[in-house]
Design a protein around this ligand. Structure first.
Ligand SMILES: Cc1cc2nc3c(=O)[nH]c(=O)nc-3n(C[C@H](O)[C@H](O)[C@H](O)COP(=O)(O)O)c2cc1C
Length: 184
């Protein structure tokens, strides 16, 4: 399988970037091909219908769609902002949704989050499902949320907690199994 992955954070020391790197490592160990993107590769202006009318769809949105559609599945690690989806991710979803045919349609997506709080950013993922599913994406039912994430990583980048490592491994394997079933 080919997997497209990114964290929805621009911050250099982002805990969601750390989490997506752990997931990318696991996927590679399981023999899958990973395209790990930086969100900064897809920085877009704030959606404005006049900008679209005057300049068309920004090249960054088209580039994002190409990367996503070259993969069998997309994995997103996203922060929770005010119990919801971060603006940069919603803005990306909105720009991409203006492309025809709808690029999100039937995309298989696994949502993950990391947060310093004890809920682990899970509420933000529920809010993230809504626009993705509205656009026709197949968002995997299970989601992985990493709580207390400022203290969750070892120096080598792996998760400290073995039980959480296993839970992440199981979530990823189940998602990959579904991708394989859908591909056959
Ligand atoms: C505008 C804003 C709102 C936030 N709201 C929440 C929140 O609702 N829940 C939460 O767990 N953390 C919240 N946080 C804290 C983030 O989880 C924390 O900054 C985290 O490090 C962001 O992810 P990143 O490190 O990948 O950039 C918020 C942070 C910002 C900047």
């Amino acid at each position: 399988m080919k997997l497209f992955m990114f964290a929805a954070s621009l911050r250099q020391a982002s805990i969601n970037k750390k989490l997506i790197r752990v997931i990318a490592d696991k996927a590679r160990q399981l023999g899958h091909e990973v395209d790990l993107a930086e969100f900064s590769e897809f920085e877009l202006p704030l959606y404005n219908g006049d900008t679209q009318d005057n300049n068309g769809i920004p090249a960054a949105a088209t580039a994002f769609v190409k990367r996503m559609q070259q993969a069998d599945g997309t994995l997103i690690a996203s922060p929770e902002y005010n119990f919801s989806i971060p603006g940069i991710l919603k803005n990306l979803i909105d720009w991409v949704s203006r492309i025809s045919p709808m690029p999100w349609q039937d995309q298989r997506i696994l949502l993950c989050s990391a947060s310093p709080a004890l809920v682990g950013g899970n509420r933000g993922l529920w809010a993230t499902r809504m626009p993705l599913e509205a656009c026709g994406a197949l968002v995997y039912p299970d989601m992985f949320s990493l709580a207390a994430a400022y203290d969750a990583f070892m120096e080598n980048g792996q998760l400290k907690d073995a039980a959480l490592q296993q839970r992440l491994h199981n979530t990823l394997e189940k998602f990959l199994l579904l991708l394989q079933k859908l591909a056959s």
